[in-house]
Design a protein. Structure first.
Ligand SMILES: Cc1cc2nc3c(=O)[nH]c(=O)nc-3n(C[C@H](O)[C@H](O)[C@H](O)COP(=O)(O)O)c2cc1C
Length: 169
């Protein structure tokens, strides 16, 4: 692993830019069995007196199964590696070896999660709270109808997680 552990409070990062425009990989599982996908929805903040991150994963994703079966996962920020984001955001780990196709080198973090040597920033997260998004809970129905059903797919599951560690290059 080429990354150094840092105190997350010292990071000078804009996570709206990072997540929404750089993107990130959500990776879950152990080194012998893991999957990752591109995500551009989620957030980083402070909840329950600790640094937390949230991600939203649709049940159709292969990654969803790994998120359900494991307590820790990583958010990996790859900078300008558009090829890796394109592969991991359009292909399923059910069908191909995504790490190989995306030229990513997996490693296991000390917390027992998987990330990639190519990442510039890695957040290791532990799930605290999870729930399926529900139509009846939307206060703005136009958002619900724009993003769920039809070609979009099922309701995301929201995972709120404690950030256990941060690593940078
Ligand atoms: C830019 C981008 C952002 C995405 N963000 C999310 C997301 O936040 N949540 C989600 O469930 N899927 C998201 N996806 C879709 C998954 O990355 C995509 O369906 C992927 O192929 C799933 O792979 P898997 O089946 O191996 O898990 C995104 C795709 C792209 C291209």
């Amino acid at each position: 692993m080429e990354l150094q552990k840092v105190d997350i409070k010292t990071l000078d990062e804009n996570f709206i830019k990072n997540i929404g425009f750089e993107y990130m990989l959500v990776c879950c599982g152990r080194k012998n069995s893991f999957n990752m996908m591109t995500a551009s929805w989620g957030g980083v903040g402070f909840v329950w007196n600790r640094p937390c991150a949230f991600v939203m994963i649709r049940p159709e994703r292969y990654t969803y199964k790994f998120m359900e079966e494991n307590s820790v996962f990583t958010l990996s920020f790859l900078g300008n590696n558009r090829h890796a984001y394109a592969v991991c955001g359009s292909k399923s780990g059910r069908d191909i070896d995504k790490a190989k196709e995306a030229s990513l080198t997996p490693f296991e973090t000390p917390e027992g999660a998987v990330s990639f040597d190519e990442a510039r920033l890695v957040l290791v997260c532990r799930k605290i709270y999870a729930d399926d998004m529900k139509e009846k809970c939307f206060l703005d129905n136009s958002v619900c109808s724009s993003w769920y059903g039809g070609k979009h797919g099922g309701f995301h599951k929201l995972y709120i997680s404690e950030i256990l560690s941060a690593y940078t290059k």
